[in-house]
Design a protein. Structure first.
Length: 122
């Protein structure tokens, strides 16, 4: 297998960041976590990620704003939302050219959606 896919996971809940970082790490992903829109954009600009995994609400903005900010400098890396928001709100978030979403907790669906988004981007 080639290098582990790198994922930037942005979520404002520390326990969720811990859980998902370890869950995806155990499945062979290299995960870097951020807790805010500002921190997420900073890390995303540094580059090197194969996928962005974003929550939809933060103290300093929305996941949609973060998605749009990433799309200003990265048009191709897949973006998947991982959120507890109502599906109708998440469908609106996909307007920023995200590739999919998983409703929290979705621990079974999340790895499948990430694999699908990564495979589609090749």
């Amino acid at each position: 297998m080639s290098e582990a896919p790198r994922i930037l996971f942005v979520d404002d809940h520390e326990d969720t960041r811990y859980l998902i970082t370890h869950l995806l790490g155990a499945q062979g992903y290299e995960v870097e976590a951020a807790e805010s829109v500002e921190e997420g954009l900073h890390l995303a600009r540094a580059g090197g990620f194969d996928l962005y995994l974003l929550d939809s609400r933060f103290a300093d903005g929305s996941g949609t704003e973060l998605c749009e900010g990433i799309r200003e400098f990265d048009k191709t890396t897949p973006i998947v939302f991982y959120s507890g928001d109502h599906p109708s709100r998440l469908k609106k978030a996909l307007d920023c050219d995200a590739q999919g979403f998983v409703l929290k907790p979705g621990l079974d669906a999340l790895p499948r959606e990430l694999e699908r988004a990564l495979a589609a981007s090749v």
